[in-house]
Design a protein around this ligand. Sequence first.
Ligand SMILES: CC(C)(COP(=O)(O)OP(=O)(O)OC[C@H]1O[C@@H](n2cnc3c(N)ncnc32)[C@H](O)[C@@H]1OP(=O)(O)O)[C@@H](O)C(=O)NCCC(=O)NCCS
Length: 148
Amino acid sequence: MRLRAFKPADFKTLCELDAACFAPSIAYTPDELAAFITQRGARTWVAEVGGEIAGFLVARARQDGCVHVVTIDVKGSFRRRGIGRALMDAAEGWAREHRLSAIVLETSETNQAAQAFYLARGYEKLNRLEAYYADGTAAWRMAKRLKS
Ligand SMILES: CC(C)(COP(=O)(O)OP(=O)(O)OC[C@H]1O[C@@H](n2cnc3c(N)ncnc32)[C@H](O)[C@@H]1OP(=O)(O)O)[C@@H](O)C(=O)NCCC(=O)NCCS
């Protein structure tokens, strides 16, 4: 597995992966994903296995000193092989390099796998966001304070 920076040629595959990873009410539209990837302060890592895109993570450094993880997606057939861990390590390392103090993200309250993944990495549930997604599902805002 290798991590590399996003290239525009990846975009279609990333859209397909996001649509496969999330319910339609949670997945981003191609326009939304393009806006997140290109917004000021954003960075996208792509994980490749044997030349195939196995996952990606989009994050953004915010003015308030936090990094926001916009999305992390690992293809079903590549899960539980440490790819999510490597993507989060990259985002957390980037945040530390920029002396940012915390990483924040939102995850559906029904997404037990993601909650277990983040809790195992030392993230805490901060607050529950009522009707956060288009279908009315709530989310947990989770965060991890970073030591420099
Ligand atoms: C959540 C997600 C990114 C995890 O990626 P992954 O590559 O499978 O995770 P890793 O293999 O790096 O797992 C690291 C650790 O997280 C925990 N973990 C990961 N998936 C888990 C699951 N389904 N159940 C319980 N714990 C889990 C485990 O502690 C795991 O370590 P272990 O395999 O040694 O036990 C992946 O399941 C995914 O893309 N899901 C769909 C999209 C999604 O829900 N994204 C997050 C939304 S905010």
